[in-house]
Write a protein that binds this ligand. Structure first.
Ligand code: 3PG
Ligand code: CO
Length: 541
């Protein structure tokens, strides 16, 4: 069993430790394109001057990604925060499994090959970009090449368009080369092509049950061949650009590729299907639609008998999906497990769009409670609109609920995520980003007053940057920067209890993985020895 030892020389205090995650708030360039800098943020500005304030690395190798050119994201960020150390993440594990050929030696791959040999089509559904947050196009290429090598006759790709982790109108940069690649591979009797697709926010990639219609549109396009018809994926994209100058890739309507009026690649009995995203949050719902026998969330019309595999397993607790090509990171000994074993009560809250971030990602990609008697998870329902139209989102409601906890609840550890700066940051609309940042600042100041009243300790940080860069500029022309950034994030500790004298430990190159041990210290425990070191210590004087 996991065990936490008490910390020598530590004085208990009444209030809780409150971790406030400002999703998408990095420390940026401090100029006009830095949305955090240009917003009016009196609370954050003063916190940045506090003696216990520092910045943390939140991207690249510091969070288990292949290289330091990889921006951070919420999955790897919350994994690192909640597990206290860095695990090689999906992006890296898949690259390695492709390089060693391990992908092709497992049971799932041979099942897929079996389907192909028996005359079935192999379908690859997923996000087509090099964003490296949910997927990478090079990994898709490697899978397609392996199909050709192994004489798979018929392959169909169902291409979800990104425009969120990459440039907002970059779809053709990926789809044209993919179409070319598929044409090249279509030799010696092979027939490989794109069959359907659509923008990721409209097609297939919903998360946390926010809007199942998105999955239904995807199912209709990929499986049933229902949707707006085009002669090719690139033609669909070009047409959408021509029809609406303001459209961006992530919001493009689902499409179906047809020939002589008939869809070229519906999904049929006997086929194999690979969902080639490695990240789980937006892969779980479509996997459920393929796998569940009793499925009542939307009418599937038909449910073909296919062999379905994820590139990874997306939820280890719920075993979604059952079959997968690459073993996911084995994230164990999470802070939640330790705190539950020590009998510490906790409360986790966010709105729908980030609810799984503070539960599922925080707990190492497990969806359930660890100990229901000690934990409360609370979700505030997100709006169903483009978030630039409601940049305040549910920050005030989350704040209200945390305040209720602070006044009457029993939780000794509270964690919350404000989605605003990330979700609005992904729209790239400067005037909305400003409101998002200011909303979070206002909520921060309400929360800190209450943490003070409760005699607790507040930690303010972020999982990665986003709002801290709103556009890129080339030859005087601005392009919205909707993706995350490579910037470090703030790490602020405001100790209202004054029960202990806290000092920085001076860890060099600190990152998000150092936060869990720091929380242990603030709660009066010696951090587990496998954790990255605490950023603060109780000084005994
Ligand atoms: C998304 O899924 O919305 C983006 O690809 C990544 O955003 P997140 O990592 O902040 O959730
Ligand atoms: Co984001």
């Amino acid at each position: 069993a996991l065990r936490l030892n008490s910390l020598d020389g530590y004085s208990r205090f009444d209030g809780p430790v409150v971790l406030i995650i400002m999703d998408g708030v990095g420390v940026g360039s401090h100029d006009e394109r830095d949305g955090v800098y240009v917003a009016n943020t009196p609370m954050l500005d003063s916190l940045m001057q506090e003696p216990l304030t520092m910045t943390l690395n939140a991207h690249g190798k510091a969070v288990g990604l292949p290289s330091d050119d990889d921006m951070g994201n919420s999955e790897v960020g919350h994994n690192a925060l909640g597990a206290g150390r860095v695990f090689a993440q999906g992006a890296r594990l898949v690259n390695e499994a492709l390089a060693t050929g391990e992908v092709f030696r497992g049971k799932a791959w041979s099942e897929l090959m079996g389907r192909a040999e028996a005359g079935g089509t192999l379908h690859f559904i997923g996000l087509v970009s090099d964003g490296n947050v949910h997927s990478h196009i090079k990994q898709l290429y490697a899978l397609l090449e392996a199909c050709a090598d192994q004489e798979v006759k018929r392959v169909r790709v169902h291409a979800l368009l990104d425009g969120r982790d990459v440039g907002p109108k970059s779809a053709l940069d990926f789809i044209l080369p993919l179409e070319e690649k598929l044409a090249e591979l279509s030799q010696e009797g092979r027939d490989y092509r794109i069959a359907s697709g659509g923008g990721r926010m409209i097609t297939t990639m919903d998360r946390y049950n926010a809007n199942w219609d998105v999955v239904r549109y995807g199912w209709n396009a990929h499986v049933l061949g229902k949707g707006r018809q085009f002669g090719s994926a690139s033609e669909a994209i070009q047409t959408y650009y021509n029809e609406d100058a303001a459209i961006t890739d992530q919001y493009m309507e689902s499409f179906v590729v047809v020939e002589e009026g008939a869809p070229v690649g519906t999904i049929e009995d006997g086929d194999g299907v690979v969902f080639f995203n490695f990240r789980g949050d937006r892969a779980i719902e479509i996997s459920r639609a393929f796998e569940e026998d009793d499925f009542a969330i939307f009418d599937r019309v038909t449910r073909p008998n296919v062999f379905y595999a994820g590139l990874m397993q997306y939820d280890g607790d719920a075993q979604i999906p059952k079959n997968y090509l690459v073993e996911p990171p084995a994230i164990d000994k999470t802070l939640s497990e330790y705190l539950c074993a020590a009998g510490v009560t906790s409360y986790a809250i966010s709105e729908t769009q980030k609810f799984g971030h503070v539960t599922y990602f925080w707990n190492g990609n497990r969806s359930g409670y660890i100990d229901k008697d000690l934990e409360i998870y609370e979700e505030v329902g997100s709006d169903l609109v483009p978030f630039n139209e409601r940049p305040w989102m549910k920050a005030a409601e989350i704040t209200d609920k945390v305040i209720t906890q602070l006044r009457g609840g029993k939780a000794k550890f509270i964690r919350l995520n404000f989605a605003n700066c990330d979700m609005v940051g992904h729209t790239g609309v400067p005037e909305a980003i400003r409101i998002a940042v200011e909303t979070v600042d206002m909520c921060l100041s309400r929360l800190l007053k209450e943490v003070e009243r409760a005699g607790g300790v507040a930690i303010v940080t972020a999982d990665h940057g986003n709002a801290d860069c709103m556009w890129t500029e080339k030859k005087g022309k601005r392009t919205p920067m909707v993706a995350h950034t490579l910037n470090p994030v703030p790490f602020i500790v405001k100790d209202f209890s004054k029960a202990n004298v806290l000092a920085k430990t001076g860890v060099e190159g600190a990152g998000l993985a150092n936060v869990a041990a720091t929380i242990c210290v603030l709660l009066g425990f010696a951090p587990p020895k496998e954790y990255e070191p605490s950023l603060l210590a109780i000084s005994k004087n």
